[in-house]
Ligand binder design. Sequence first.
Ligand code: MRU
Length: 365
Amino acid sequence: MKVNGTHYRSLWWDRGEQVLKIIDQRWLPHDFRVQPVATLQDFCDAITQMRVRGAPLIGATAAYGMALAMRLDPSDAHLDAAWEQLNATRPTAINLRWALDRCRNALRPLASRDRAAAALELAHAIADEDVEINRRIGEHGLEIIREIAARKPTGEPVRLLTHCNAGWIATVDWGTATSPIYQAHDAGLPIHVWVDETRPRNQGALTAWELGSHGIPHAYVTDNAGGHLMQHGLVDMVIVGTDRTTRTGDVCNKIGTYLKALAARDNGVPFYVALPSPTIDWTVSDGVAEIPIEERDAGEVTHVQGALGDGGIGAVRVTPDGTGAANPAFDVTPGRLVTGLITERGVCAASAEGLAALFPERAAA
Ligand SMILES: CSC[C@@H](O)[C@@H](O)C(=O)COP(=O)(O)O
């Protein structure tokens, strides 16, 4: 999508410098900084520190990490070591392991002299596929927004609520939850987006930055506002992303998503999840019991980062000095609370049957 009129992907291969470039998301929305990722340790740090973040983007970044690893040393031992090192960066988003497995499985049978070039091509393919998957999710989600718009008085906006940032910078382009939003806006449908701030890291500010850049009407709200907005009939549809969805349709996403789903159910508001198929973990049936939930640094809870009055960017402490904090970064919304999963192949029920109907070859494997 565009930043100040220029189209960007959230990562790209610089052919001149032969290096991956990323947007360092730690400084957004206040500062737009591009940086190269040049060593395997740098790839790992970029994912762990959330310079790149969002399930699909983590996967694509890891694929480029494997490509770099093969350029440095294309041996079997290094293939496995790079897989291990990258896989240890963040535990919850399954796209990481999906991309690493895809790379290792494709590269293992090749002669070592062919691996570096093949790994780079594969990373490009994974990035391009992500863009196309998200574009299609947008098409299917657009139909849902159209149906809601058709039931409203002419000209009244469809009011969507989203949590975290499942936007273009969380993917290679388009975003997952934001793709239908962008496509609805571009199709001329009047929309308004409630953007949850998403403590502790306030990824909602990234969503607000994206939507503002695209000219989409929106309002930034505290995480606790959603239930109130729904009770007062101010939300027509909730749409969120996912970091891992079980074969049975349980959805693991940014902490707080579950509470939004409960409020949506209590108020009869449809709750949709935008789901690219690489985010399905076909090996897991019970999301609450089986999905590992990342526990991040307590400092993300006790402190808040933002723009300082002096033009800098910094963190301030919001708790008494020495207060302990817990920081589970994700939660699981059971499939029974999800109205539908919007995938690149269409919309399905959040159930084993729903997913198997759209992805029969994967469900059977
Ligand atoms: C298209 S991104 C979907 C999810 O990855 C997103 O909603 C999310 O939870 C991101 O978490 P983050 O911790 O910022 O990587």
